[in-house]
Design a protein around this ligand. Structure first.
Ligand code: CO
Length: 136
């Protein structure tokens, strides 16, 4: 069902420090930076081989990542699996009884199509399904 891990999402409260860690200490390449207003985050993507680390800084406290930071502090936020056909994947997950946060995909960074699976049905791990845009 899943082709590979697309990225792990990390919630950060100090984006500059987190960028310095990944860029300078870990020598990762900053691949993309985008503000996703409807999700209330600024996202910064680093390359790790064919996979990525996604840093997430909330645009405000009253956002999903803002509430996560307030409750749990900075750290691992979600894992994202890459798929070729997100519509078929969501249908299969729903048929398996999984609880979907997004019944239909929405637009993620770099024009990907994404949907989240509720951690209550995925072993406590907030799980993102990603179908990359053509060329990514
Ligand atoms: Co993500």
């Amino acid at each position: 069902m899943f082709a590979r891990i697309d990225h792990i999402g990390v919630a950060v409260d100090d984006l500059d420090a987190a960028i310095a860690l990944h860029e300078q200490t870990y020598a990762m390449t900053l691949a993309h930076r985008e503000t996703v207003t409807e999700q209330g985050v600024e996202a910064v993507l680093f390359d790790v081989g064919e996979n990525h680390v996604e840093l997430l800084r909330p645009l405000a406290g009253d956002t999903p990542v803002g509430r996560f930071l307030a409750a749990r502090g900075p750290g691992l936020h979600h894992v994202a699996y890459q798929v070729a056909d997100i519509d078929a994947t969501l249908a299969a997950l729903k048929a398996s009884g999984m609880r979907l946060i997004d019944e239909t995909p929405r637009t993620g960074i770099r024009n990907s199509r994404v949907a989240f699976v509720h951690p209550k049905s995925s072993g406590g791990v907030l799980t993102e399904i990603v179908q990359p845009a053509e060329g990514h």
